[in-house]
Design a binder for this molecule. Structure first.
Ligand code: PRP
Ligand code: URA
Length: 208
């Protein structure tokens, strides 16, 4: 399975800022989006191109463009919305399919409450976006949904991932790719990532 911890200095710096206790909603949001852009750049390095001849200012010119149907971004509600602006900044014409899943606080099991995917999923590359990959229950359920809709090319973008979750997703869906700004140390007893970011949804939405 392809798991990439993107160690670009800008990512390391921005993630460090995000880990500060007491960070404001505004700053957390801005940084989540900026790191999402940098992860998108990395995750799209292998997109296929097609050649095309267009009419340029001085006559015909050979150019390249991304091959195939438009990419679909799949933010996982709610916290994934915080990464969406940064991904769209680099892929402004992407389609967006939304899934809603919430972890039960006690069982840590994901509960699905919404699904509105783009059409023709079998012809698109999907970029799942969610700040946290903890136990991977949420990610496994999301990949199940995408595969049920026919999608075969799936990449996941996460700000922080736990080793426990990476092991689980590798066992369940070894064919997907994971891009994360950090593989952290471990999960605590409540299923939170350490050192992690705390509750990413609350920090992005300013709740609690
Ligand atoms: C968080 C996070 C992931 C999930 C990760 O969402 O944004 O979706 O937990 O945990 P897992 O890997 O153990 O499944 P949460 O359920 O807190 O919902 P929210 O986005 O609505 O805040
Ligand atoms: N969800 C979060 O928001 N943070 C974690 O550390 C784990 C799951």
């Amino acid at each position: 399975m392809k798991i990439v911890e993107v160690r670009h200095p800008l990512i390391r710096h921005k993630l460090g800022l995000m880990r500060r206790a007491g960070i404001s909603t505004k700053e957390f949001r801005e940084l989540a989006s900026e790191v999402a852009s940098l992860l998108t750049y990395e995750a799209t390095q292998d997109l296929e191109l097609v050649e095309q001849t267009i009419e340029g200012w001085a006559g015909p010119v050979d150019v390249q463009r991304i091959k195939g149907k438009k990419i679909t971004i799949v933010p996982i509600l709610r916290a994934g919305i915080g990464m969406l602006p940064g991904v769209l900044e680099l892929i402004p014409s992407a389609k967006v399919g939304v899934v809603g899943l919430q972890r039960d606080e006690h069982t840590l099991q994901p509960v699905a409450y919404y699904e509105k995917l783009t059409g023709r999923m079998d012809e698109r590359i999907a970029l799942i976006v969610d700040p946290m990959l903890a136990t991977a229950g949420t990610l496994i359920a999301t990949v199940d949904m995408l595969k049920a809709a026919g999608c075969t090319r799936i990449k996941g973008l996460f700000l922080v991932a736990a080793p426990e979750g990476l092991k689980r997703i590798e066992a369940a869906h070894p064919d997907i790719e994971i891009y994360t700004a950090s593989i952290d140390e471990r999960l605590n007893e409540q299923g939170y990532i350490l050192p992690g970011l705390g509750d990413a949804g609350d920090k992005i939405f300013g709740t609690k």
